[in-house]
Design a protein around this ligand. Structure first.
Ligand SMILES: Cc1cc2nc3c(=O)[nH]c(=O)nc-3n(C[C@H](O)[C@H](O)[C@H](O)COP(=O)(O)OP(=O)(O)OC[C@H]3O[C@@H](n4cnc5c(N)ncnc54)[C@H](O)[C@@H]3O)c2cc1C
Length: 504
């Protein structure tokens, strides 16, 4: 039985909405979460994507870096995030660059083989030493009221301020590194989910890089054991245990400045009043629910989920596929290849050689596969393709999806010793275990305006001091999702911050 009034009504049951609900309910507030789908988690979910195949794939987001340990501890979450032994592998001709978290000498030998000396590794260590220092300083501030620009500058120091916050990251990378492959590996963190030229003075790519290197004070990208659904499941459990009410199948139709929220479920249309309304939905969706409009942002990625009967063979005899695919496997992501793909996509064409990265979750956490698949040597493979803006898919969504998928698999096959198609598992119905999601698919299925994975472009982690970065023009309405300042990614940070703003 729903009440007619709550201290907080949360619009959307994505992971951030669940974090806000858990904190508020634990503080004794009456909380209602309204989620339009029949399940919670939003973009942090697991799915059995292929009929009859016992593999729980992280359908959208897949790695966790930004979720603070403090949130995990505060909410008593039973979540295990496992560090990957290998950070990345980048095929180069018949060889490749391996970054091995567990063997510094092997990493050094790989750099020497690919770059012809020690300069690039030295530059790499200096750059990531700087980002590690920024991570340790900035990450704790993400759960505090905002610092202003000057305070953030003092916090990170002159060198990091200049190279990460002021100069285009493309320029910085070109200056610090000489090797095209190494430059590209660094730049991918600036371009994930972000359609930008890293040399652009607008610094959008810098913001993207920053959030990719500061997560939880380390910047490590860890594997959520059990898949992304395990993270959202733990959050929903924590929220419910604290007394939050979570209603699925409840689509919010309108939000009023007074705090009234109109929604529809199987039983018809209803209204509840929240002293505060917390919007977990993207800002453009909130604008619509408030009766206005806001231009949709533009997402730019192709996500491909696969189940393989076996790992593909590599051209590089020195590296085991299990090592190469357990970290981030970079495909045609050299600096110049990234620039070419950006230029082609900006001109309205699917890139000739789409840059992408893949990783196999099941190599670090086999628990997402049923026993039969595990014993047969099957693996999940996740591909995240860059520079595939929504504009490419507007006119002919299905045809363009097919073309983008074909080009992306061909791009991958260029760096493998055999076509990945030969390694795809067939489901009992005969279909290949492969699904592709374009930005337009995400807009349609997941309600993401423009298919933008961070709800809108990422913002700097500083602002008006004393505020939480979740405020809107309306006193009773707060953002608690990825579109808030310091939001984006699986972090729970905007959920936490909205709860703190409410609790005062
Ligand atoms: C393909 C892809 C890959 C990604 N990979 C990663 C990754 O590996 N690591 C990472 O950190 N981040 C990744 N991200 C980004 C990350 O998933 C998101 O930024 C984050 O999950 C957003 O969480 P959220 O809770 O703020 O919003 P969402 O997860 O978008 O949740 C919003 C919720 O609101 C609901 N909703 C919408 N409209 C209404 C309505 N009218 N009424 C009621 N409910 C409504 C939605 O159904 C949804 O459940 C990825 C995203 C995508 C799409």
């Amino acid at each position: 039985m729903l009440r007619s009034r709550y201290e907080a009504v949360i619009v959307g049951g994505g992971h951030n909405g669940l974090v806000a609900a858990a904190y508020l309910a634990r503080a004794g507030r009456r909380v209602l979460v309204l989620e339009r789908l029949d399940h919670v988690g939003g973009l942090a979910v697991s799915a059995r994507a292929f009929p009859g195949v016992d593999a729980r794939l992280s359908r959208y987001s897949y790695l966790v870096s930004l979720l603070p340990s403090k949130v995990v501890a505060d909410l008593g979450l039973r979540v295990t995030l496992r560090r990957r032994r290998y950070a990345s592998y980048t095929p180069v001709g018949e060889s490749g660059l391996l970054v091995d978290n567990g063997d510094a000498a092997r990493t050094a030998a790989s750099f020497a083989r690919i770059t012809g000396g020690t300069d690039e590794l030295d530059a790499w260590r200096r750059f990531y030493g700087m980002t590690a220092d920024v991570a340790a300083r900035v990450a704790p501030t993400l759960l505090e009221p905002l610092a202003d620009r000057a305070a953030m500058r003092r916090l990170v120091g002159d060198e990091a301020w200049r190279d990460l916050f002021e100069r285009p990251i493309g320029e910085v990378v070109d200056e610090r590194f000489a090797d095209d492959t190494v430059r590209g590996v660094v730049l991918t963190d600036a371009l994930i989910g972000t359609f930008a030229d890293p040399s652009d003075p607008g610094l959008l790519a810098n913001r993207c890089l920053l959030y990719h290197v500061i997560g939880d004070g380390t910047g490590d990208w860890n594997v959520p054991v059990g898949g992304m659904g395990a993270v959202s499941g733990a959050l929903a459990d924590a929220a419910r245990a604290a007394g939050a009410e979570i209603l699925t199948g409840a689509e919010v139709l309108a939000v009023d400045a007074s705090g009234e929220v109109a929604f529809r479920d199987a039983g018809g249309e209803h209204a509840v009043v929240g002293e505060r309304v917390l919007a977990n939905v993207p800002p453009a969706v909130l604008a619509r629910l408030l009766g206005g409009t806001e231009p949709a942002p533009e997402g730019a990625q192709l996500k491909v989920n696969m189940v393989l009967s076996r790992l593909p063979r590599l051209k590089d005899p020195a590296v085991d596929p299990e090592a190469a695919f357990s970290g981030t496997f970079h495909i045609n992501e050299g600096r110049d290849q990234l620039a070419r793909a950006f230029a082609e996509a900006s001109a309205g064409r699917i890139p000739t050689l789409p840059p992408a990265e893949v990783y196999c979750h099941s190599l670090t956490d086999p628990s997402i596969l049923g026993q039969g698949l595990r014993e047969a040597g099957a693996h999940t493979m996740t591909l995240f393709g860059l520079h595939m803006p929504a504009r490419l898919f507007r006119d002919d969504p299905a045809g363009a999806r097919e073309a983008a998928l074909r080009a992306t698999l061909a791009s991958m096959n260029r760096v493998l010793a055999e076509p990945v198609e030969d390694c795809l598992l067939r489901a009992p119905d005969g279909g290949l275990c492969l699904e592709a999601k374009t930005p337009v698919d995400l807009e349609t299925e997941a309600g993401l305006p423009g298919g933008h994975i961070f709800h809108r472009d990422l913002s700097w982690p500083y602002g008006e001091p004393g505020r939480w970065g979740v405020e809107t023009d309306l006193e009773r309405v707060l953002l608690c999702g990825a579109g808030a300042r310091r939001g984006g990614g699986v972090s729970g940070i905007p959920g936490h911050n909205a709860a703190m703003a409410l609790l005062g």
